[in-house]
Design a protein around this ligand. Structure first.
Ligand SMILES: [Zn+2]
Length: 272
């Protein structure tokens, strides 16, 4: 009797613990699935943002999960065609995005994407190409190499990667004078288009900052970007209400497993 009670208590506890960690009990939610990654690799000593590093093994397993489950991976230009034609968003379509433009996107992620046959998009900070992540305080997040212009060009030429803008210098846009924020937004589009000879139709707000400030968002739309991506967890209802909302993303953390990925894709989140 006591044993039966302890077992039931243990099972209840387990269900409770699993429900607190994973959102399997949430209803599936439709909408755009845009994954957000930063760095693929092992976090360097001293990193306080370890969850932004996904190991190459996990990244490979995640891309493989997508392909094994019938997902097609979209480039920004594919999404633009869907958006502009008013076509339905295919249920099994996913956008893989990387923020910032680290060299490990070239050394670690790109070979995996190429090998498995998937595509991805990188939001580039124009002024740090070929340098390091200068916007971080190296005491909390060590500086690592950013991809060079040549590496980015090579990835683009492979047909596997497209680019969007993540500003000139990765500032907190709302901390700048509006005219300076507008310059970060518009100048990066111009410079990236000149550097890569392609339209930059997508923008991501550094730190998600400014995504909900109408004056700043106004500058993003005015600069001619079709898509603007926030730093808010979730899926965006499609057709997209562009006038009133930015696009949300599904943040893949270093500790996530494939069940997290599956829940993020279906529920819009895997954690509370
Ligand atoms: Zn960033």
């Amino acid at each position: 009797m006591i044993l039966a009670i302890s077992i039931s208590a243990a099972v209840l506890f387990l269900v409770f613990a699993l429900s607190a960690r994973w959102t399997w009990w949430r209803a599936p939610k439709p909408g755009l699935k845009a994954l957000c990654y930063h760095k693929v690799g092992i976090p360097p000593r001293g990193s306080k943002l370890k969850e932004l590093w996904v190991s190459p093994e996990k990244f490979r397993a995640q891309v493989k999960y997508l392909l094994d489950n019938g997902y097609s991976t979209l480039l920004f230009s594919d999404l633009k065609k869907i958006y502009e034609s008013g076509a339905q968003l295919p249920e099994k379509a996913v956008l893989i995005t990387f923020d910032d433009g680290y060299e490990n996107n070239y050394t670690q992620a790109w070979p995996i994407l190429k090998e498995l046959g998937a595509k991805a998009n990188v939001f580039v900070v124009f002024n740090t190409m070929g340098k390091v992540n200068l916007w971080h305080n190296p005491a909390s997040e060590p500086w690592v190499n950013m991809a060079t212009r040549e590496q980015l060009k090579e990835m683009q030429d492979s047909g596997v990667i497209e680019y969007g803008s993540h500003t000139m210098n990765h500032p907190h846009l709302s901390a700048l004078k509006l005219e300076d924020a507008a310059w970060e937004i518009a100048e990066s589009k111009r410079q990236l288009e000149a550097a890569f000879g392609r339209e930059m139709c997508a923008f991501a707000y550094p730190y998600g900052d400014g995504a909900y400030a109408p004056a700043i968002r106004g500058k993003v739309l005015e600069a001619g970007y079709t898509f603007d991506f926030s730093f808010r967890q979730g899926k965006t209802a499609w057709p997209w209400d562009r006038k009133n909302s930015t696009l949300d993303r599904l943040f893949i953390r270093g500790g996530d497993n494939n069940w997290d990925l599956a829940l993020q894709l279906s529920r819009g989140a895997s954690r509370l």
